[in-house]
Design a protein around this ligand. Structure first.
Ligand code: DGI
Ligand code: FE
Ligand code: FE
Length: 192
């Protein structure tokens, strides 16, 4: 991972994402870099994963589904019915194939950035959290508190975000991916 590669990836994101998504992407990359400094995680990896985490977000649902079918990327029923959820899986595939990212931790951070998973690495947690707290985010409840918490304890911040996300999802009519619930249950127990 080199800073020249970071520059290239940023240019490509600027071209391929819509303006709002690109601004969000920069926010996640910078926030992830700051958290990486705090928690002694590789800063270039955090920037790379931050820049690429939503690289499949601006594709159509049809395109995401067809990429999954063509390359035998498995999906569960919830993902099939909510193809926006697939932007994480498809994004990790594009990161590997198009951007030649071979670092497993970076790929996992992209892969798990929407639902999380039990047993995440520090980098995976950082991307999950940075996605939620980056400066461009304005909607979520408790943001000020969670932003502060993120720089104090990653696991406590993670549980708060998962809890607020599940609460929010329950007020909507969308399906909850079992992985989101499992991640919450795991870390709720873990922080005890
Ligand atoms: O891609 P972003 O918008 O930057 O962020 P993201 O990939 O974390 O997606 C955020 C949305 O995903 C947020 O509205 C909550 C939603 N989400 C998280 N877990 C689930 C979920 N949506 C559904 N339907 N099911 C889930 O389990
Ligand atoms: Fe995303
Ligand atoms: Fe995002």
């Amino acid at each position: 991972m080199k800073s020249a590669d970071i520059k290239k990836i940023r240019k490509s994101m600027e071209k391929n994402l819509d303006h709002k998504r690109f601004e969000h992407t920069l926010g996640v990359a910078y926030t992830a870099a700051a958290l990486a400094m705090r928690y002694e995680v590789d800063i270039l990896k955090a920037q790379t994963a931050g820049l690429l985490h939503d690289c499949a977000k601006c594709l159509s649902d049809e395109k995401r589904l067809s990429i999954c079918e063509k390359h035998n990327i498995q999906m569960n029923e919830i993902e099939h019915n909510n193809p926006f959820l697939l932007h994480a899986k498809v994004g990790s595939y594009i990161a590997m194939k198009k951007f030649q990212i071979h670092d497993k931790d970076v790929i996992n951070a992209i892969l798990n950035h929407t639902t999380g998973r039990p047993g995440m690495s520090s980098l995976e947690k950082i991307i999950y959290i940075a996605d939620y707290i980056e400066p461009g985010r304005k909607q979520a409840p408790n943001l000020a508190e969670i932003r502060k918490l993120a720089f104090q304890d990653l696991d406590l911040a993670l549980v708060k975000i998962l809890s607020d996300t599940l609460d929010y999802l329950k007020t909507t009519n969308t399906d909850i991916d079992p992985m989101t619930q499992q991640t919450y249950d795991y870390y709720k127990e873990f922080i005890k």
